[in-house]
Design a protein around this ligand. Structure first.
Ligand code: FAD
Length: 488
């Protein structure tokens, strides 16, 4: 049986391992941490459980597919609910808007709240869908770096409609052309953060993201986001994939343009195929330091990072749901600080995720588990202790103003995660959440391919390579490499 080695047990590493096992490989996964899942991890603070990283779950069928590969009914292993309310939004003037997952209801309520015509909102969502459907088969589901990806009907369709993709305008410009209400523009601008970019820089094609959330739906695993990585780990173990935890790979042993083996903890393991799920930037600076470097790719701007307070709150807040946004009064300045000044803006947008709204065991009765996050600049040597003290006070004041409370009195337990911690924990260069940013129209083409140009049997998956970051795209990267390997 051919041997495959996967380096890193992030979501894309787990999915790649499963897909290769399904293709008949003997698979070993090496993970530097003592746990699998990478950014999809959880912590327990006293009686409160928190998902450590991602909180928004879309396209759950991509996880289900992995169970189905092995003729397992996903529902016997992994369950989720579909959300009826997508997110609650709050502004400093005391207004708030609850975005319904029901399209007709959303259009009606948004039209009333934002004072825009139902027609303009409906048309925006239709264009969002069109952009998603045109680009997804070309930009997301295939390699962008193989010439044969370009000679088929879907690509020709997408390229002939390129003028409809709004590549030459920023998302903010597209939104300003579509609407006049600044709050609605801010609402649709926020989707740039779903891949760690700025709405003032990312191209208008990103207006396809609302289609994912608002029309394909948002979900919550019944045991929390952590169950995505944990249920897949259990499946992997069941189908005979071997995990080597606390086993960082230190070196790739190469010969004649192939990787012959990897070295971990001083031992050598042979492989026919190697899949790297590490952040590609870190990989080139460590295990691939002797390989030719794709300089242009590695110079791409990183996506934003995050600073998170995990707070056990001994009170329940009725106006809050699973996902909540407290908007900054000056979005432009906030993104200028994140991407250019590289420190926090005084009025940040605050995201609060509360899984205990649905998962009762995540917090004691009458209490809530608050994952309180602000978008942050990448880690470039800032003094995170000082930045944390500064932003904690700003966040608390904002919550107090918006929710008319004194939140500090309700914080029972606390843990902080900074961009530097994210880098340390997951080896994600500069603590970026989604690999490189999509702050220019060529980003998709400049992302690292899913294969190595130097070694014929080395492949790359995960958020730092094509097609990009976020759980669905990481799962798609695993699908792309499994296809490459099958065809190679
Ligand atoms: P990672 O999770 O980055 O894992 C890589 C693995 O490689 C790690 O386990 C690491 O320890 C291991 N590794 C590194 N070096 C070595 C080595 N030398 N040897 C062995 N192993 C090694 N996405 C969403 O879809 N929705 C969200 O709401 C969302 N929010 C987010 C919020 C936060 C705070 C964060 C951090 C991320 C968020 N994301 C979100 C992004 C999403 O989590 C990631 O895109 C995705 O989980 C990345 O998966 P990955 O497979 O690329 O690998």
């Amino acid at each position: 049986m051919s041997k495959a080695i996967v380096i890193g047990a992030g979501i894309a590493g787990l999915a790649s391992a499963l897909r290769l096992r399904h293709q008949g490989y003997e698979v070993d996964v090496f993970e530097k941490n003592t746990y699998t899942g990478g950014k999809i991890h959880a912590i327990q603070l006293g009686d409160y459980r928190f998902d450590l990283g991602p909180s928004l779950f879309t396209l759950p069928e991509l996880v289900d597919e992995l169970f189905k590969l092995f003729d397992e009914d996903p529902r016997n292993h992994f369950n989720y609910i579909q959300k009826e309310t997508i997110c609650n939004y709050f502004w400093e003037d005391g207004t708030s808007f609850s975005a319904s997952a029901n399209r007709d209801r959303f259009v009606k309520e948004a039209s009333q709240f934002f004072e825009e015509s139902e027609e303009s909102i409906r048309n925006y969502l239709k264009r969002s869908q069109r952009k998603y459907e045109l680009t997804s088969p070309v930009f997301l589901e295939k390699s962008l770096h193989k010439s044969k990806s370009f000679f088929n009907l879907e690509t020709i369709n997408a390229l002939s409609s390129v003028h409809k993709l709004d590549l030459n305008q920023s998302l903010d410009q597209v939104n300003h052309k579509s609407f006049s209400n600044e709050k609605l523009i801010q609402f649709f601008n926020r989707f740039a953060t779903y891949n760690g970019s700025s709405p003032f820089k990312t191209p208008g094609i990103m207006s396809m993201i609302p289609h994912l959330e608002m029309q394909l739906g948002t979900y919550l695993p019944k045991k929390g986001m952590h169950d995505i990585s944990q249920s897949l780990t259990r499946l992997a173990q069941k189908v005979g994939i071997r995990f080597h935890l606390n086993a960082p790979v230190d070196e790739l042993m190469t010969e004649n343009k192939t990787v012959k083996a990897i070295k971990a903890k001083g031992k050598i393991y042979n492989a026919d195929t190697v899949v790297c799920n590490m952040d590609v930037y870190t990989a080139y600076n460590t295990i691939l330091k002797n390989a030719p470097k794709p300089e242009k790719t590695l110079k791409q701007e990183r996506s934003s990072s995050a600073l998170i307070f995990y707070w056990g709150i001994n009170k329940e807040f009725k106006p809050l749901d699973l996902h909540n946004i407290l908007f900054s009064e000056n979005y432009n300045k906030e993104f200028e600080h994140i991407f250019d000044k590289k420190y926090f803006y005084e009025d940040p947008t605050v995201y609060i995720n509360i899984t205990s709204k649905h998962i009762k065991n995540d917090a004691p009765r009458g209490s809530e588990n608050w994952f309180t996050m602000v978008n942050a600049p990448t880690h470039e040597g800032q003094d995170w202790k000082a930045q944390t003290t500064y932003i904690r006070e700003k966040i608390i004041n904002k919550i107090n103003r918006n929710l008319k409370t004194n939140i500090e009195n309700h914080i029972e337990v606390e843990k902080v995660l900074t961009p530097k911690d994210i880098e340390k924990e997951t080896a994600s260069f500069q603590g970026s959440l989604y690999g490189t940013s999509s702050n220019n129209k060529f980003s998709a083409f400049l992302r690292h391919p899913n294969f190595s140009k130097s070694y014929s049997n080395l492949f790359f998956c995960g958020g730092s390579v094509h097609p990009g970051g976020g759980i669905p795209l990481c799962l798609m990267s695993a699908k792309i490499i499994a296809k490459h390997i099958r065809q190679s």
